[in-house]
Design a protein around this ligand. Structure first.
Ligand code: 5GP
Ligand code: ZN
Length: 118
């Protein structure tokens, strides 16, 4: 289901511009507009799912697809476990920084990162 007021649904529909790096039947990936690392890409399901909390057991294939796509996109950017590595993040809820309520996975890399995250 597409939501007219959702910025990521509008990007997926081609109504808003983005720097796409991957598209398939299940998800898309594009550069974050406000990158927090040299590589910062968002992997976004075509289906409007508000957050990980709304991702039910029936969506397990979709969730696996998103993770595998994240790895593929990172590798395509030159990021691998054996090079500088990369971090995948899903913020769930405004309290931890979710600002767009359409499920998405951040792929960040290209600089050293500390742990735990802030
Ligand atoms: P969240 O804070 O929900 O985990 O992540 C939302 C991300 O979407 C943020 O990193 C933000 O910079 C990015 N973002 C918000 N609006 C747009 C947009 O219009 N285009 C793109 N490419 N990224 C966006
Ligand atoms: Zn949406």
């Amino acid at each position: 289901m597409t939501q007219a007021d959702c910025i990521f649904c509008r990007i997926i529909a081609g109504e808003l511009p983005s720097r796409m790096v991957h598209q398939d039947e299940v998800c898309v990936a594009f550069h974050d507009i406000n990158p927090q690392a040299p590589v910062h890409i968002l992997v976004v399901p075509r289906e409007h799912v508000a957050s990980l909390d709304e991702a039910t057991f029936e969506r397990r294939e979709l969730l696996g697809h998103l993770l595998l796509t994240a790895a593929r996109v990172a590798n395509a950017e030159g990021l691998t476990r054996k090079s500088s590595g990369y971090r995948t993040v899903i913020n769930t809820g405004a309290g931890v920084g979710q600002s767009v309520f359409h499920l998405h996975l951040h792929v960040l890399g290209g600089r050293p990162m500390s742990w735990p995250p802030g």
